[in-house]
Design a protein around this ligand. Structure first.
Ligand code: S3P
Length: 418
């Protein structure tokens, strides 16, 4: 599908976000090994979370969009064939950790994009724990008990951290992980809420083996990474007044908001409360004042990794030169996001240079609508749609249905705000 986006004269209204993708995956996976039935409200309807649901069903677990019947710590069944993780790195990496500890071997497959993404980063620590694990193709499990390890992670990745934590639940002895940068902590929070022993000390996370996990009954907050598109659009379009309802405001995801504020975009947080152990609030975006360029380096890049494509769009409108570096991980996401955004924004007239690990972008530049490529990557499609709202004329985005991976209804929401 080709999506057509025109310049927005104003942006106004309420945004209802999809359920947080990261929390939704974890709710299904951890709910599957809990004792008893878990209930969720607001699970993401995106294709990635549907991939996780399909995998859990293949492992013998009863799953609907609002419930999971927990099989207990040792109740998963060997699947009849390879598990299909679709486009979802989170599904593949988290399940690699869970399934490495099972008495049966599981092969995990994905689409062309996922097949090309690095999985040695989970295979290495899982093997250190004594698991059978190989890649490519990714196959894990089927060997005796695991043992706890001390693991210093070479790459900042919440997915790898979570894989090791999940395996650690089944290991003999404690497992300790030291992260280069503190990444999103949804796995730790959910495990604690389920009664597991998780100790966090800065960038050090320790998990003890668990005999039993309590079931969940949670409201899943709106996805802050999905909100990032509207934050940028409404921050840069004059006369915008947008309220984003029920956004997850977990501090491990909030660096992007702080950065937009530093860049001069006014964002207010209202009605803060907790839901399912996670902080939640409404976000109000008003007109920007005194815009400034941004500088991002290694640690910061890891803390807003999913927001960087739309940050590149924002940087085209910030006066001065923005430097976004330390983001080599963008090259191994659902697409090579460094190259994809440089290509799309350059086609629209931006002053953007791709680096090995980010971009240098000088603004403000007048953007012109163009035909651009999403590279079948949901976040590229959405970031370029926001560029289209800021550009004169018409922007056409190819393979725009890829937004369904994390944000079904994205284009309907866009239309309703314009
Ligand atoms: C995620 C972690 C991030 C992020 C992805 C979701 C998670 O990946 O890009 O969209 O749910 O743990 P990495 O941890 O590999 O950077």
């Amino acid at each position: 599908m080709i999506a057509t986006v025109r310049k927005a004269r104003r942006l106004e209204g309420e945004v209802r976000l999809p359920g947080d993708k990261s929390i939704s995956h974890r709710a299904l996976i951890l709910g599957a090994i809990a004792s008893g039935e878990s209930r969720f409200r607001g699970l993401s309807a995106g294709a990635d979370v549907r991939s996780t649901a399909g995998c859990m069903r293949a492992l013998g677990v009863e799953v609907t969009e609002s419930r999971v019947r927990g099989a207990g710590m040792h109740g998963l069944r060997a699947p009849a064939g390879a598990l299909d993780c679709g486009n979802s790195g989170t599904t593949m990496r988290l399940l690699a950790g869970l399934l490495a500890a099972q008495p049966f071997t599981t092969e995990l497959r994905g689409d062309d994009s996922l097949t090309a993404r690095p999985m040695d980063r989970v295979v290495t620590p899982l093997r250190e724990m004594g698991a059978a694990a190989s890649w490519p193709p990714l196959a894990v499990g089927g060997r005796g008990p695991l043992h706890g390890i001390d693991y210093v992670m070479p790459v900042a990745s919440a997915q790898v951290k979570s894989a090791v934590l999940l395996a650690g639940l089944f290991a003999d002895g404690r497992t300790t992980i030291v992260e280069p940068v503190a990444t999103r902590n949804h796995t730790e929070l959910m495990l604690e809420a389920m009664g597991a022993m998780v100790l966090v000390d800065g960038r050090r996370v320790q998990v003890s083996p668990a005999e039993r996990l309590a079931s969940l009954d949670i409201d899943i907050p709106g996805d802050l990474s999905a909100a990032s598109f509207w934050l940028v659009a409404s921050g840069l379009i004059s006369n915008a007044r947008v309220r984003i309802q029920n956004a997850g405001t977990n501090p491990s995801r909030m660096k992007f908001i702080e950065l937009l504020r530093d860049a001069g975009i006014g964002i207010e947080v209202e009605g803060a409360h907790k839901a399912g152990g996670e902080p939640v609030a409404d976000l109000l975006v008003g007109a920007a004042a005194g815009l400034r360029p941004v500088t991002i380096d290694g640690a910061m890049a890891a803390e807003m990794i999913d927001e960087l494509p739309v940050l590149a769009v924002a940087a085209t409108q910030l006066p001065g030169t923005s430097r976004i570096t330390g983001a080599a991980e963008l090259r191994v996401k659902e697409s090579d996001r460094v190259a994809a955004m440089a290509e799309g924004l350059a086609a629209m007239g931006a002053d953007i240079t791709a680096l090995d690990d980010g971009w240098v972008i000088t603004g403000p530049r007048h953007l012109e609508g163009a035909r651009v490529r999403s590279h079948r990557d949901h976040r590229i499609a959405m970031a370029l749609a926001i560029a289209g709202l800021l550009a004169d004329g018409t922007t056409e985005i190819d393979d725009a249905e890829s937004v369904d991976i994390s944000y079904p209804g994205f284009f309907d929401q866009l239309e309703s705000l314009c």
